[in-house]
Design a binder for this molecule. Structure first.
Ligand SMILES: *[C@@H]1O[C@H](CO)[C@@H](O)[C@H](O)[C@H]1NC(C)=O
Ligand SMILES: *[C@@H]1O[C@H](CO)[C@@H](O)[C@H](O)[C@H]1NC(C)=O
Ligand SMILES: *[C@@H]1O[C@H](CO)[C@@H](O)[C@H](O)[C@H]1NC(C)=O
Ligand SMILES: *[C@@H]1O[C@H](CO)[C@@H](O)[C@H](O)[C@H]1NC(C)=O
Length: 536
């Protein structure tokens, strides 16, 4: 029986009040302008620290912050130096939290500052949690997990910084932003060392500052191409909780009620009667006072291990409403299969961590798949829909806007075997005047934006240039946009912008489910019963 849900509430999950990033289209990147630090006298820096800090983007800040900490054991190993960097990051995070708390205490009567400070405290708590997970993973040799979690810890700190930008009207906010800027540098340094440790081993002499594909660097990815990987939403599941529109018969009337009785938020699995049959809908958008892009989401997911199958998530704010998210996820190890996402601008906010989307339909127009997660989209249909109130006038759409801020973050979007097309309505507009309707594969929301398309079919609506700048030459030297073995009229490479790339065939395995998101360790194989991997 088809059940149709109409929710007018913001978000169905418990921890959904968080609001950060605000209106992401207006962000400038932080400059990492560090407050002046005392120059360390050369002799006072232990040689092990001096060598390890060469793996970072901000070596002087690294040396200073690690040298003045008194937690360093004698003759430290390279792992102990990374652990020390994590301690320093966690200590500074605590200071940042108390600074933001002071802003909150001093902001009675200022709505904007109160909202920004509250959101900031929330994202800093998330950062704290991911830092503690990273600390647990490191000594157990779980380097990929450590890198994923520290990448997210860094993102949450950045989210706090960028939220405060809209409330920077006191000296205390300005000082806190400078402090956060320095915290972001410290956390970036810890993450960079972790990346070198994972890639080059424990001899810090072989470490190097983080590099990307734009420097011609791909991580070693083993010999398997992973093409045999067949996993997704577990095939045999029974329902614990059922939701249907009429309630009654043991059914909950709203998704929120069902979530409220669920024992805990982690490992939630959700399945509906199918795309278009079970529909969760909302209509918030970031033009509403007090609503940011982040909390415009119809559904927002925080707990790890979220899984969904057979659902439609929708935001009906409309084509002229700007940022209006249908689904936002910061759930690590999440599997979404046979789901549909319908919106216009910013439909799918793949915020952070590792996510796997299989056989989904994603509809929108401006930056409609965006965020700073490591996400793989396999066998998905990506469909552009008509945008503004007078769509016949034409427009520029970008399918993706990946937001990686640091080259050490292990994030990016990977599209495998997807179809890039328009809805029927859009395609008839397109064919009536192909020159005015331009669609790009992506544009760089942040400096180290990374997106690749492999074995996809691109219809003619993809503009021959392929990729769109964000603003001037921002990020064009640092982003990585790669394509390999795509087909269809939109996949022709001869007119692509010179700052996009063709992925060397021998490196395509870097973007496999196994290598990019370690999916073989946590995505249920289609043949097996549901088995939830426990993170300890
Ligand atoms: C509060 O933020 C909104 C949206 O960013 C802005 O338009 C408004 O001017 C701000 N109000 C104050 C008092 O700063
Ligand atoms: C903001 O903070 C920076 C760094 O601490 C400082 O140099 C600058 O003078 C401050 N600006 C204002 C207006 O307080
Ligand atoms: C905050 O605002 C002050 C005054 O407008 C400005 O000088 C400062 O650069 C801003 N701080 C940051 C970190 O953006
Ligand atoms: C793309 O969409 C159009 C319009 O709906 C349709 O005719 C065409 O077959 C689609 N292309 C593919 C490859 O499915």
């Amino acid at each position: 029986m088809a059940s149709l849900l109409f929710l007018s509430l913001i978000a169905v999950f418990l921890f959904s009040t968080l609001s950060s990033a605000a209106r992401h289209h207006q962000h400038a990147p932080p400059h990492f302008a560090k407050p002046p630090l005392p120059k360390p006298s050369v002799t006072s820096v232990p040689p092990e620290i001096h060598i390890a800090c060469k793996a970072t983007r901000f070596p002087q800040q690294c040396e200073t912050s690690l040298t003045k900490s008194n937690h360093l054991p004698p003759n430290p190993t390279s792992l102990q130096i990374i652990q020390l960097a994590m301690v320093v990051s966690a200590e500074n995070l605590k200071t940042a939290q108390s600074m933001v708390k002071s802003i909150l205490d001093a902001s009675v009567g200022s709505q904007n500052r109160t909202t920004a400070a509250k959101n900031c405290l929330e994202v800093l708590r998330n950062s704290e949690y991911r830092i503690s997970q990273t600390n647990d993973a490191l000594p157990r040799g779980k380097n990929k997990d450590a890198r994923a979690w520290m990448s997210a810890a860094l993102l949450f700190q950045y989210d706090c910084w960028s939220g405060l930008k809209y409330a920077n009207d006191t000296r205390m906010v300005n000082e806190t932003m400078s402090f956060l800027d320095s915290l972001i540098g410290i956390s970036s340094n810890a993450l960079s060392m972790m990346v070198s440790y994972d890639n080059f081993g424990k001899d810090a002499g072989s470490w190097r500052p983080p590099m990307t594909e734009r420097n011609g660097f791909w991580e070693s990815s083993g010999s398997s191409d992973g093409s045999g990987f067949r996993g997704g939403f577990p095939s045999k599941l029974t329902a614990d909780v059922t939701v249907c529109k009429d309630g009654g018969g043991g059914c909950y009337k709203t998704v929120q009620e069902a979530v409220n009785v669920a024992p805990d938020n982690a490992g939630t699995r959700r399945f509906g009667d199918g795309m278009g049959k079970t529909v969760i809908t909302g209509s918030l958008n970031a033009d509403t006072p007090g609503i940011s892009t982040y909390n415009s989401a119809t559904v927002g997911v925080l707990g790890d291990g979220f899984m969904a199958n057979g659902l439609t998530f929708q935001n009906t704010a409309g084509p002229d409403a700007h940022q209006a998210v249908a689904f936002r996820s910061e759930s690590d190890l999440s599997v979404i299969e046979n789901c549909e996402f319908i919106g216009n601008q910013d439909t799918l906010y793949v915020h952070s961590l590792r996510q796997f989307y299989k056989s989904c339909r994603i509809l929108g127009n401006v930056d409609f798949i965006f965020g700073n997660s490591a996400s793989i989209f396999q066998d998905c249909k990506i469909l552009v829909r008509p945008r503004q109130l007078r769509p016949e006038k034409g427009e520029n759409n970008a399918i993706t806007a990946h937001g990686r801020t640091d080259p050490a973050q292990s994030t990016g979007f990977v599209f495998q075997n997807c179809l890039i097309n328009g809805t029927e309505e859009y395609m008839s507009l397109y064919h009536s005047k192909p020159k005015v309707h331009k669609n790009f594969l992506g544009r760089p929301w942040k400096e180290y934006s990374r997106t690749v398309f492999v074995h996809c079919f691109m219809e003619a609506l993809v503009t021959p240039q392929g990729w769109l700048p964000w603003s001037g030459d921002f990020a064009l030297k640092t982003l990585y946009y790669g394509e390999l073995e795509n087909s269809g009229p939109g996949s022709e490479l001869s007119q692509r912008v010179p700052w996009s790339s063709q992925i060397p065939a021998e490196h395509v395995y870097s973007y496999s489910v196994q290598n990019f998101i370690q999916g073989d360790e946590w995505i249920p194989s289609s043949q097996l019963l549901a088995h939830q991997r426990k993170i300890t």
